[in-house]
Ligand binder design. Structure first.
Ligand code: AMP
Ligand code: MN
Ligand code: MN
Ligand code: MN
Length: 281
């Protein structure tokens, strides 16, 4: 097994550890190629890269862009881009811009429909980057005040479509997100495809469209995928001609199954996306 982690979060978005600390954790697990992929923001990359360089761990730039595709929200991971590219930076800024308004609407809905007050202030405490307030910050606060016993329960009861704290939001367009990543010399990867719960036909349309628009890889190994899903998306990657990516989607210790740095083996016959960054990969 080659330890590779191309999907991780820090305090620049909704992770709980600073970029340098996430890098140290991945290195401690023997990670041989690492990308920090905060939501809609690249401001952790300079620190992460510097820390990785000091430790001698290969590092590439990453980001996870929030996208609206029809009524679905998708996450597109960008890898190996130039982090100073002005169009990419402007695009990400435009995606972040709507987050506060959305958070205010979420708080208002939670107050009205679930009689929970003070959520915005509570969630704000968890958002170290004021431009990046996320549902994860709301969830941590609702656990803190004892509304639910864990994050998963908060999402299921309050924060997913149809629940009191969910509001619709327009993220980036798929075509634009892919364009920003590729324009900056990076590779566009469909993150955790099993998470979207798309029907077979919708998934087929997405995989064809994503490819046509310039998407090159899908996450096959993900902290969000179980063994069956990994096998399924391994077959799908082959069928549609996608490279396979791998990432833990680490946010905080205790919140998910995986710690930074560690991924299992890709299913047989999958072509890894990372060979271009790893001469011996
Ligand atoms: P947002 O971008 O503000 O909509 O927040 C999305 C984030 O919420 C994801 O990146 C995850 O960190 C977290 N999240 C989404 N769904 C769940 C879930 N079911 N359980 C735990 N965390 C979740
Ligand atoms: Mn997240
Ligand atoms: Mn995601
Ligand atoms: Mn993620």
């Amino acid at each position: 097994m080659t330890p590779i982690d191309l999907h991780c979060h820090s305090t620049i978005s909704d992770g709980m550890k600073a970029p340098r600390e996430v890098v140290r954790m991945a290195h401690a697990r023997g990670c041989q190629l690492f990308a920090l992929t905060d939501h809609d923001d690249t401001r952790g990359l300079a620190d992460a890269e510097d820390e990785a360089r000091q430790l001698g761990m290969p590092f590439i730039n990453g980001v996870e862009i929030s996208v609206s595709w029809g009524k679905h929200t998708l996450h597109i991971v960008g890898l190996g881009f130039d982090r100073n590219n002005p169009e990419l930076l402007a695009g990400l800024e435009s995606v972040r811009a709507g987050r506060w308004q959305r958070a205010e609407r979420m708080a208002a809905e939670l107050e009205k429909k679930a009689k929970i007050s003070g959520v915005l202030e509570g969630a704000r405490k968890y958002a170290e980057n004021p431009e990046m307030i996320s549902r994860a910050h709301f969830a941590r606060y609702l656990v803190e005040i004892g509304r639910c016993k864990n994050m998963k329960a908060v999402f299921n009861q309050y924060l997913v479509r149809g629940k009191p704290g969910y509001v619709d939001h327009e993220w980036a367009r798929l075509h634009d997100a892919i364009g920003w990543i590729r324009g900056a010399g990076g590779v566009a990867v469909l993150a955790h495809p099993a998470r979207y719960e798309l029907g077979n036909e919708t998934l087929r349309v997405l995989l064809i469209e994503f490819k046509r628009m310039g998407g090159e890889a899908i996450e096959v190994l993900s902290g969000c995928h179980n063994i069956g899903e990994t096998a399924r998306f391994g077959r799908i990657a082959k069928e549609y001609g996608y490279l396979a990516s791998a990432g833990t989607d680490y946010h905080a210790t205790g919140e998910g199954a995986r710690e930074p740095g560690l991924n299992g083996d890709l299913p047989m016959d999958c072509e890894p996306v990372w060979t271009r960054w790893m001469p011996h990969g």
